[in-house]
Design a binder for this molecule. Structure first.
Ligand code: G3H
Ligand code: 13P
Ligand code: ZN
Length: 349
C-alpha cells in the first residue's frame, strides 16, 4: 500500500481508542524489524527519522527503504514521519522527499538546543502547517520542552524544566492548526530519564490529563517514551556494557496516557538497547565471528521483539486491516475544504 497520512492513522486510533508507536529508524535492519513486528501483530505503524538519521543514512537511501517496506507490506498502513524537524526548511525537504508527516519542533530554536519563545514556536509551526496541509501532509507540533540531549538535539537539563502549560497548549493548538500535539510531562530522550521508578512528582500524568480535558479531540504525542526495561539493560551490561542504573516510562503510565488522548508514542532508546545487547552478546560469546550478518540478524530479531511487544501494549495490534488508505491528494482536499478540520474542540476550564 502507498504511504498513508499520519493524520488518518491517528484519527483511526482515536476511533479505536488505542495508541500507535512511532519507532525511529536509521538503517535497513531497523526498518525490517519494525515491518516484521507489524506483520506479526497486524499493526498499522509510524516509522520516523530524525535529522541525524536522515544525515546518517543519506536521505534517498532511507526513503527508498521505506518505499520498499510499503511495497513489500501491502496490508500494513505505514506513515513516514520526520522526527524533531528543527526548521521550516527541514520539514519542507522531508515533504518534498515524500514523507507523509512532519514534526515541527518549534519548542527549540533552529539550533535544536535553545528553548524558543511561544510566539516563535507558533509562527514557525503555522508556516509548516500551511505548507504541509496544502500537500496533504500531517503536522505534529510541540509545546513545552523535553529533557535531555540526543545526538545534539535537546535543551539538556531535567524533564521538569519546561512542563507544558495547559492554557498554552490550547492556544498553541488553536493558532497553529497542528494535527498532533507533543507535550512535555517530565520525560527526557535517551536512557537516563529517571533515577527511580517515576511517580507523579517527576512524571506529570496529571498535566497530560488536564490538557486532554481541555483538548478532548487533539491527538497527543508522548516523546521520550521508552520504558528502558531492566532486562534490556542487563543484557547490555552482562556482555561488557556500562549502563548506569536508570528508569524509563512505565508501560502502564503510557496506557493511562492512551486512555487520555495519547495517540502517538515515540520509542527509540528501547530498540537501541535491544540491538546493542544482541550485538554485544555475539561479540562476547563468539569473538571469532566477523560476518556482519552473524550479529545484525540477532540484533534485528531483538528489535522486532521489543516493537511487537510495544504494539500489543499500545493497542495498535490487530488494527492494520481496519481501513482503506485515503490518498494524500484526498487528504489535501480535506484540509482545503475544511472537512478535515484542524481547529480543535476546546472544552471549558
Ligand atoms: O529524538 C530522539 C530520537 O531518539 C532520535 O535520536 O537524533 O539521535 O537520531 P537521534
Ligand atoms: P526515547 O529516547 O525515550 O526512546 O524517545 C524517543 C523519542 O522521543 C523520539 O522522538
Ligand atoms: Zn522526541
Amino acid at each position: 500500500m502507498p504511504l498513508v497520512s499520519m493524520r488518518q492513522l491517528l484519527d483511526e486510533a482515536a476511533k479505536g481508542g488505542y495508541g500507535v508507536g512511532a519507532f525511529n529508524v536509521n538503517d535497513m535492519e531497523q526498518i525490517q524489524a519494525i515491518m516484521a513486528a507489524a506483520r506479526e501483530t497486524k499493526s498499522p505503524v509510524i516509522v520516523q527519522a530524525s535529522r541525524g538519521a536522515r544525515a546518517f543514512a543519506e536521505d534517498l537511501y532511507l526513503f527508498k527503504l521505506i518505499q520498499a517496506a510499503a511495497e513489500l507490506n501491502p496490508d500494513i498502513p505505514i506513515a513516514m514521519h520526520q522526527d524533531h524537524g528543527n526548521s521550516f526548511e527541514t520539514c519542507k525537504s522531508a515533504i518534498e522527499l515524500g514523507y507523509t508527516s512532519v514534526m515541527m519542533d518549534g519548542s527549540l530554536k533552529a539550533d535544536g538546543k535553545t528553548p524558543s519563545t511561544f510566539e516563535e514556536n507558533v509562527e514557525v509551526t503555522r508556516k509548516v502547517v500551511d505548507f504541509a496541509h496544502e500537500r496533504g501532509v500531517t503536522v505534529e507540533g510541540e509545546i513545552g520542552v523535553l529533557g535531555g540531549v540526543e545526538d545534539g538535539h535537546g535543551a539538556g537539563g531535567s524533564g521538569l524544566d519546561h512542563i507544558t502549560d495547559p492554557d498554552q497548549a490550547v492556544e498553541f493548538a488553536e493558532r497553529t492548526g497542528v494535527d498532533a500535539l507533543a507535550i512535555a510531562i517530565g520525560t527526557s530522550h535517551g536512557a537516563y530519564k529517571f533515577t527511580k521508578k517515576p511517580d507523579g512528582s517527576v512524571l506529570k500524568m496529571d498535566v497530560l490529563i488536564a490538557i486532554h480535558k481541555r483538548l478532548p479531540n487533539t491527538h497527543l504525542v508522548m516523546h521520550g517514551s521508552s520504558s528502558v526495561p531492566k532486562d534490556l539493560q542487563d543484557v547490555v551490561n552482562k556482555y561488557g556494557g556500562k549502563l548506569k542504573e536508570t528508569w524509563g516510562v512505565p508501560v502502564e503510565e503510557i496506557q493511562l496516557g492512551i486512555r487520555n488522548g495519547v495517540r502517538k508514542i515515540n520509542v527509540d532508546t528501547d530498540n537501541r538497547l535491544a540491538i546493542t545487547g544482541a550485538i554485544r552478546k555475539v561479540f562476547w560469546e563468539t569473538p571469532e565471528k566477523f560476518d556482519p550478518r552473524d550479529y545484525l540478524k540477532p540484533a534485528r530479531e531483538a528489535m522486532q521483539k521489543v516493537v511487537a511487544l510495544r504494539m500489543t501494549q499500545f493497542g495498535q495490534a490487530g488494527h492494520a486491516g481496519d481501513y482503506a488508505p485515503i490518498s494524500i491528494a484526498e487528504i489535501a482536499k480535506g484540509y482545503a475544504d475544511g472537512s478535515l478540520t484542524t481547529q480543535p474542540l476546546v472544552a471549558a476550564k
